[in-house]
Write a protein that binds this ligand. Structure first.
Ligand SMILES: [Zn+2]
Length: 279
């Protein structure tokens, strides 16, 4: 039985708060303006989305006037229907994921009916300015990375960036079949290009990060693809790659990333070839 819960909102900057929603320990953002608040990510089910809305309004003392989804994964997206009637935003690719087996599988595991999930009313491909009750929030898509629907949210006055799962501090980044390994570092570069030494980065999961932590994780993600490319050029096949490589992450994380790395390299024409001994 999946255990759903929403924690209390804690401040990360002036008028910007984060609560953790289970079962996925996902960070739910709240940007409070003079006349309303914006929720960032929606939790794992419509019921949880409704709970987040109620909790945010009780906490902030203003209505929730907007909600932004950072990417299609269930723990960020599946609560959206619980905020019905609230103007919603997300990447234009979000809706198509609900029709795919990955979403159906995640919904079945949670005991959620995929037909009851909502999609954002407003979508965008690159950038959108959102109004958090009189406070400006900018949502940007820097290309595919963790998924092809990643958007980050920048709160200029507070110097806070919600990164979605492009960055994580609860553990290593989450590599899946829907990730874009080679492009991921460039998407993080989009975020890192906006930060200064005081910027607060709110990852999809885990405590807030600073600029240095962001740069380090960017380098580690990049190193996974780089190492895989090196191994392929050495003729090392995917099955041997973990043992033969030097990796910045734990075994399970690397093993999740390797099929992706090898598939992307193969698509670029790079496949391991047996090296014939020189005569
Ligand atoms: Zn994710």
């Amino acid at each position: 039985m999946t255990r759903f819960s929403v924690g209390t909102f804690s401040p990360v900057a002036d008028g910007v708060f984060v609560a953790v929603a289970e079962p996925a320990a996902v960070n739910i953002g709240l940007v409070v303006g003079p006349s309303g608040a914006l929720v960032i990510d929606t939790g794992s089910s419509p019921a949880q989305g409704a709970e987040i809305r109620a909790s945010a309004e009780a906490f902030a003392g203003v209505p929730v006037v907007g909600v932004l989804v950072t990417h299609w994964h269930y723990d960020h997206f599946f609560g959206l229907a619980g905020l019905a009637g609230v103007p919603s935003w997300g990447h234009e690719g979000l809706a198509s994921w609900l029709g795919r087996p990955e979403a159906a599988e995640a919904a079945a595991e949670l005991g959620v009916d995929v037909a009851e999930l909502g999609t954002p009313v407003h979508t965008f491909s690159l950038a959108r300015v959102l109004d958090a009750g009189g406070r400006r929030v900018e949502a940007l898509h820097f290309g595919p990375g963790h998924t092809d629907t990643d958007v980050m949210a920048y709160v200029p006055g507070a110097n806070v960036i919600f990164t979605g799962d492009l960055l994580e501090s609860a553990g290593p980044p989450s590599f899946g079949p829907d990730s874009h390994l080679k492009d991921w570092p460039s998407a993080v570069d989009g975020i890192l290009g906006l930060v200064d030494e005081d910027t607060v980065l709110v990852p999809g999961h885990g405590p807030v990060m600073d600029r240095m932590a962001g740069f380090q994780q960017r380098a580690e993600i990049s190193a996974v693809y780089g190492q895989a490319e090196y191994l392929v050029r050495q003729g090392v096949r995917q099955e041997q790659a973990y043992e033969r490589g030097e990796w910045p992450f734990d075994e399970a994380t690397v093993r999740a990333a390797l099929p992706l790395a090898y598939a992307e390299l193969a698509a670029a024409g790079l496949v391991p070839r047996t090296q014939l001994p020189l005569v």
